[in-house]
Design a protein around this ligand. Structure first.
Ligand SMILES: Nc1ncnc2c1ncn2[C@@H]1O[C@H](COP(=O)(O)OP(=O)(O)O)[C@@H](O)[C@H]1O
Ligand SMILES: [Mg+2]
Length: 333
């Protein structure tokens, strides 16, 4: 059976005064029904623009191109505005980092939840209300019926995020795109919300793309992982493949930055990868990670690095040999 979402050679360009900013530089991936793909990478790597481009919600100047962009067999590159807004919210829903960007302060929670369903599906007001209450209960909100009359500002950040998850689920979407959905919350609430999302995702059999810069989260929830750097996928594989044998020096660097229970001492500063993501304006010569990589040699600065696929879905973008990468991976463990 074809994948729920198929993406081939997706590009997003933003024309700026200084030249074109190539925010997403030819990425390919797929999401199956019921599975979680985590897209991970530092800030500025093109993760958000990737998800916005799938939803057809890019900023006005941005240009999206793709060799293939199929959702359940529908070619999204050919879909009209009307068709897109039909799919959006109804079959594909997005959860943002900051709930206030998608909750309207002027309307009650009940109003917004019900509207999400009434806009897309032929149901009565009563049915919409019942579903809203059901989902608020599902996301762990007590006294759900009495919450319907409240406004977003009357809720805590954690509750607002739960409401947004409920809103995304109103129409029973097949694919959820969650862009750093817990980053704005404090750590204990983060864990609760993530746990909830994974439970709901399994219960409803949805595909999910979870975007995060936190590899600790990835380890807990991902089926497969795509590591993004400077607008490209530099490594992909199942969560075990990537964590057991991180091949790309960037993935290895990210893994060195996460605390290891029992190994990292309390208060010990975490590692970070020295240097910064290169400018995405214009063409990047050679490997985008070369200026930060501990293994860089001359060819890295001049040679475009192809994605080497070692098996279907498993690949990485580095000029070092498999053998060398495996050796380097041992240093991370
Ligand atoms: N509306 C915009 N106008 C100009 N540049 C943008 C805009 N949105 C994002 N960018 C740039 O595109 C690149 C990728 O951004 P983004 O997808 O938000 O990264 P991430 O989500 O990985 O942090 C960054 O260099 C960012 O500055
Ligand atoms: Mg982002």
């Amino acid at each position: 059976m074809a994948a729920l979402l198929e993406v081939e050679n997706l590009r997003v360009d933003i024309p700026l005064g200084a030249g074109d900013l190539h925010a997403v530089r030819g990425i390919s991936f797929h999401v199956d029904r019921g599975e979680t793909l985590c897209i991970v990478g530092e800030s500025g790597c093109g993760k958000s623009l990737t998800s916005l481009s799938l939803m057809g919600l890019l900023p006005p100047k941005a240009v999206r191109q793709a060799d293939k962009l199929f959702f359940d067999g529908i070619d999204l590159t050919q879909a009209s505005q009307g068709k897109m807004s039909d799919i959006r919210g109804n079959r594909m829903a997005m959860i943002f980092q900051e709930p206030m960007t998608s909750l309207n302060p002027a309307y009650t929670i009940g109003n917004q939840l019900e509207e999400a369903l009434l806009r897309h599906q032929k149901v009565s007001g009563k049915e919409a209300r019942e579903r809203a209450i059901h989902l608020l209960e599902k996301v762990g909100i007590t006294g759900a019926a009495s919450r319907l009359g409240q406004y977003p500002h009357q809720l805590s950040g954690g509750l607002r995020q739960r409401v947004m998850i409920a809103m995304a689920l109103m129409c029973g979407p097949e694919l959820i795109l969650a862009d750093e959905p817990t980053t704005a919350l404090d750590v204990t609430i983060q864990a609760q919300i993530l746990h909830l999302m994974i439970e709901l995702q399994k219960e409803f059999g949805m595909g999910m793309i979870l975007i995060t810069h936190d590899l600790g989260i990835v380890a807990r929830v991902a089926d497969r992982v795509a590591v993004m750097y400077a607008g490209q996928i530099v490594e992909s594989g199942t969560v075990n493949e990537v964590f057991d044998n991180p091949m790309h020096p960037y993935t290895q660097g990210l893994l060195r930055c996460i605390p290891v229970p029992g190994k990292t001492r309390r208060g010990e500063p975490l590692g970070s990868i020295p240097g910064i993501v290169p400018s995405l304006i214009g063409k990047i010569e050679g490997c985008a990670f070369a200026n930060r990589c501990r293994y860089t040699f001359q060819d890295c600065l001049t040679t475009d690095v192809p994605l080497a696929e070692t098996s279907p879905g498993r690949g990485y973008r580095c000029l070092l040999s498999d053998q060398q990468c495996l050796e380097n991976a041992k240093e991370v463990a």
